[in-house]
Design a binder for this molecule. Sequence first.
Ligand code: GCV
Length: 730
Amino acid sequence: MRYSANVSYLIGMDMKYSMQYMLFVLCILLLACPMVSAHDGYDLWMAYSKLDDETILKEYKQAFSSIVIQGQSETLRIIREEVKKGLDGLLGADLPICSTLTTGCSLVIGTPTQSNLMQKLDLSSELVTLGHEGFLIRAIEIDGIPSVVITANEDIGLLYGSFHLLRLMQNGQSLRDANICSRPRIQYRLLNHWDNLNGSVERGYAGRSLWKWNELPETIDPRYRDYARANASVGINGTVVNNVNANPAILTAEYIAKLKALADVFRPYGIKVFVSIRFSSPLRPTSDKNSRRGGIGSLETADPLDPDVRHWWKEKVKEIYQSIPDFGGFLVKANSEGMPGPQDYKRTHADGANMLAEALAPYSGIVMWRAFVYDPEVDPDRAKRAYKEFTPLDGQFNTNVFVQSKNGPIDFQPREPVHPLFGAMPKTPLMLELQITQEYLGHSKHLVFLAPMWKEYLEFDTHAKGQGSHVYRIVDGALHNYSMTGIAGVANTGSDRNWCGHLFGQANWYAFGRLSWDHSLSSESIAEEWIRMTLSRNNDVIKTIKSMMMGSWEACVNYMTPLGLHHIMQEGFHYGPSPDHARGRQDWTSVYYHRADSEGLGFNRSSTGSQATSQYFSPNAERFDNLKTCPEKYLLWFHHVNWDHKMESGRTLWEELCYKYNTGVNYVKEMRRKWDTLEKYIDKDIYLHVQKKLATQEKDAIVWRDTCLNYFQKFSNKPVPVFSDKVIIE
Ligand code: GCV
C-alpha cells in the first residue's frame, strides 16, 4: 500500500523532482544490495575475460568457428554452457553450438557412445588407456576440416577435458598440435568439510558453512552449483560435507533428504557425497550437549561386534542408498579427541571400520577411517602413537576401507616430517589427508601458498621398499599395489563472497585439486596457471606474484616455527604464538613440544630420547637419529640441541634461530613491497584486499618473532641480535 501511494505521489510531481527522487531510490537500492563487483573473487579462476594476446587470439579464432557437442545428458548440458561461456568470453565472440559438423574449424566434443564423429575417428587405442574419468584433447582433421576434439569414455571425462581445454586457453597455449591424454593418478580426490550442522565451520576462516541446512532440501542455493563447478574444474570428485567431529543427526531421515538434494546438484559434475559419522550413532541421544557421544538410535551399545549394532548400520546404509544411489561412504574419527569408537568396547579400529565396510560394500561404498589418534596411554610421545596403534592392524581391514592419515604425525603443523605410517601399511590403502584451511598457518589472514609444502610431503622418499618409495607412490597405489587410492583436503571454503576469505586462499584450493589429479605437476606451474587465470596475464606481474607465493610457506615456517619447532601457538585458537603455554593436557601445551631449558631447545625423539626416529625406514631412521645428519629443517623436531651447537651456516643454534625468525619477517616485508608495485595492474578491490591482509601478516610475523625469541632468550641467556631491515629472500 505504501508503495502504491508513493507511486501516485510521484506521478503528480514535475519531471525534475521525480528524476531526483528516482536517483535517490536507486542509490538506496544500491546501498541495500550486497556489493557485487566484477572482481570480487567469486568467479575464482574461471572469469574467462577476453584474451589480449593478438597472436593467440587469432589462432583460437581460426580454430573455432563453432562448437559441436554430440549427445545428451545433464553433464553434456553443463559442458555446453561452460564451453560456450569460456570460449565466448576468452575470444570475445558468440560461437554457435551445433550438434553436427558443418563447415569451418570447430571444437568437437563427444564420447564414441553418443558421437558419430568420434566413432568415425576411431580413437579406441587411446580411449582404452583413459579409464572412466580421463580425456583426450587432440588437433585432428575430420572429413578434411581441421578440428580440435575432446573425447573420453564417459561424459565426466568430457567435462574434465573441457575444463582442461579452457585452462590451456586461459594460459594462452597453442592448440595447433594439441595431443593430450590425461587421467587422474588418484581415484578418490575429496574435500573434507569440517562444517557443523549449525552452520559454523571448525577451523573455517571464510564465513559460515556453504550448506544452508535449514533451507535444504526445498531451497537449492545457486552456490552449490558453483561449488561443484569449481571442484570439477580441478578434478575433485567427492565431498565429505560435515565435520569429522560428527553430529549424529546427519544420519536422520531429515538430513538424508537434505543430502540427497546436494547429491542431485553435484552428480552431473562428477562429485559424490560422503558423510562423517559418529560411531555411537546407534545409541540413544545423550542429554549432555557438550558430549561427543550419544546417537540417534535406541540401542544400549555401539559395540561393532554386536549383531543388533551391525543390523542397525546395515539398515541405515540401505536407507541412504535408497535416496542416494551413488552415495560415496563414511569418514570416521573414532577414539580421538573425545569421539566414541570401537575401543570403548575393547574392539580394534579394524573391528569398527569393518563393520561399517560390510554395510557399505553391497553398494560399492567405502570407509575412510582416520588415523588421527593420540592416546597418551599408548606412548608418552604423541608423535609415535598413531603408528603404534595402526601398524599392527595392517592386513586386518576389509578391502573397501582406507586408513586416512594426516601428512605428519602431530597435526598439520607449519612443517612436520612425513608421518611414519606412510610405507608402513603395505596391505592397507592409505589415504593422505592434507589441510587446505590454514589452521596453523595464519588462518585466512596470511598469504601462504601451500603447494610447495604438499610437494615436500609427496616427494619424500620413505625408503619403505628401498630408494624411490616416495609418498606419492604410496598415495597413488604404485608402491604397494593398493586396490584403491585416495587423497583428501580439509576445505577452506565458506560463505564469504570470495569463497576462501583471503583471495590467495583460492590458490590453495586450486592447487589441491590440480595435485590430486596429477601430483607430478610442479608448484611453480600451478602458481603460474592460477595467477594467469585469476589475477593477471601480464608476464611481469605474474613473475612478481609467483615470486611472492613460492617462498611464502617457508617464510611462514620461519616466522612461526623454524628448524623443526612445532605446536607453540595459542591454545585452541591456533593463531598467534604462545611458547609459554604450559597448563592443561600435557600434549596440548607448548612446553611439551619445545622443551626449552638452559642447555638447549627441541624434543629429543632420537634413540637417546623417545625413539620416534626408529619408526622410519632405514636410512631415514639413522639420518634423523644423528644430530649431524638430521636435516636442519627437522632438527628441533628430533633433537634437543645445545644453544651453542654449530649449524651448517656457521652460526650457533641460538643465532640461527634468531636469523630464521627474522628471515621470515623480512620475507613478508618483501611481499608487501612487491605487492605495492602492482597497484596499476591489479583490480582495485583485490589489490586493496590483499594489501590489507599483507599488512596484518607483517604485524603478526613480527609478533611471532618477538614473542618467541623473547621467550626462548630466557633459556638461552644470549642477546637477541639487532635485526637489520635488509631483506633476505632465500
Ligand atoms: C576436526 C585438530 C584440530 C581439530 C580437528 C582435529 C582433527 O585437533 O584442532 O579442530 O577436529 O585436529 O583433525 O580431528
